[in-house]
Design a protein around this ligand. Structure first.
Ligand code: ACO
Length: 365
């Protein structure tokens, strides 16, 4: 039987502190899609989001596990999260967000050339969640596939979609981040169940009109040596579904929280610095940081390291918890909905999740 210690990086958790420190490292320069993509050729044409109606508060969780509202708020910034209704599917949430993004972009589903769904919690192991999303949107036969990069799934999808459009032959791509993690959590494990929430966010990307707005750069990275810090060990080829796997909760999320915390601070900082350096700008030039909402303390540490003032970070983690790949597009749609993001402003995105995989994007809005 394997355990997290099978993985080279899943060693012992360092002593607890209120803010695990992360060793600094220079920004990596090796990444697919690394650096500036030239004059922006692709921009976001529409955004959408969907979050389930049901709210689970920290106080609700106090009745389920040995935790407290005060601990969760102090350590994470989370106050409540959304949980999908019984029968509600990942593809339902993804299609709802996608429909809204299409509507705002003024694009019909049959104009889509590609659908990319960043998710690790699709409707079923096979086929791709994207196939169900395509069917629900009525998007004809455009290639539709899932992308497994956990919380970095949206930025991976944005990078790939941007490259396809830039290469030609593809005009409109729907990029969705969606996660229904409430069905993959061990609700008896206070170290994980308090962190996550369900939701979906989406963008439609397409060619810009040559006005200099759009995606300026993307950077994506993976460090597989840290695969054991956040994973679902059972249910795949290594530990196929069995009664034992289920009894031992191996089909649910396992996490070494402090390892992930330190990797997040280190790599979100370096990826953000890489985005700024590739475009010859500094933190002072950034108007909005739309970062993956995993933990408020992670974002505060990144803010300090990259010299990005906290007031530039759009924060909604208190309402939704960590919605993994959905968190950036949900936050972007909310930021726009609140009328805060203006044309011409500079937006920095960064995310990190299981893999570990992470990345950044810089966008002239
Ligand atoms: N309620 C109360 N106590 C808790 C809870 C809880 N929900 N969870 C853990 N504790 C206890 C621990 O058992 C420990 O007790 P002990 O000292 O008696 O052993 C104590 O609190 C401190 O635990 P730590 O793990 O050291 O707490 P930490 O300050 O590291 O916070 C947290 C834990 C919030 C998980 C943090 O490490 C974190 O956010 N890590 C990143 C995880 C993450 O975001 N994962 C999402 C996917 S990846 C991503 O999105 C970036």
């Amino acid at each position: 039987m394997s355990s997290s210690s099978d993985h080279p990086a899943a060693g012992s958790i360092p002593p607890s502190s209120s803010s695990p420190s992360a060793p600094s490292s220079p920004p990596s320069v090796r990444s697919f899609g690394g650096g500036k993509v030239g004059a922006p050729a692709v921009r976001i044409l529409g955004t959408g989001r969907y979050t389930p109606e049901k709210i689970v508060t920290n106080v609700d969780l106090e009745k389920m596990v040995d935790t407290s509202d005060a601990w969760i708020v102090e350590r994470t910034g989370i106050r409540e999260r959304r949980v999908a209704a019984p029968g509600e599917l990942t593809s339902d949430m993804a299609a709802a967000a996608g429909r809204m993004a299409l509507e705002k972009a003024g694009i019909s589903a049959d104009e889509l050339d590609m659908i990319i769904v960043g998710t690790i919690s699709g409707d079923m192991p096979m086929p791709a969640c994207a196939a169900f999303v395509q069917q629900k949107l009525g998007a004809k036969t455009c290639p539709s596939f899932d992308l497994s990069a956990a919380c970095a799934g949206f930025l991976y999808g944005l990078t790939i979609g941007e490259r396809f459009i830039r290469a030609g032959g593809v005009r409109y791509v729907l990029v969705i981040g969606v996660e229904l993690l409430s069905r993959l959590l061990n609700w008896e494990d206070r170290k994980t169940c308090v962190l996550f929430g369900d939701g979906a966010g989406a963008v439609v990307i397409g060619p810009n009109d040559g006005d200099g707005r759009g995606i300026l750069s993307t950077h994506i990275f993976t460090d597989g040596s840290l695969a054991g810090s956040l994973f679902i060990p059972g249910g795949g080829s290594k530990e196929p579904v069995s009664q034992e796997v289920v009894d031992k909760r191996r089909h649910l999320v396992h996490m070494e929280g402090q390892d992930v915390f330190k990797a997040a601070v280190r790599n979100l900082s370096s990826a953000s610095q890489a985005a700024l350096a590739a475009n010859g700008v500094s933190g002072k030039d950034v108007d909005w940081v739309v970062a993956h909402q995993a933990n408020l303390r992670i974002l505060q540490a990144v803010s300090q390291r990259v010299e990005l003032p906290m007031e530039r970070f759009f924060i909604n983690i208190h309402k939704y918890g960590n919605t993994s790949s959905a968190s950036i597009p949900i936050a972007l749609d909310e930021l726009l909905g609140e009328g805060k993001l203006k044309q011409g402003q500079l937006v920095l995105m960064c995310a990190l999740g299981a893999g570990i995989s992470w990345g950044s994007a810089l966008i002239r809005w």
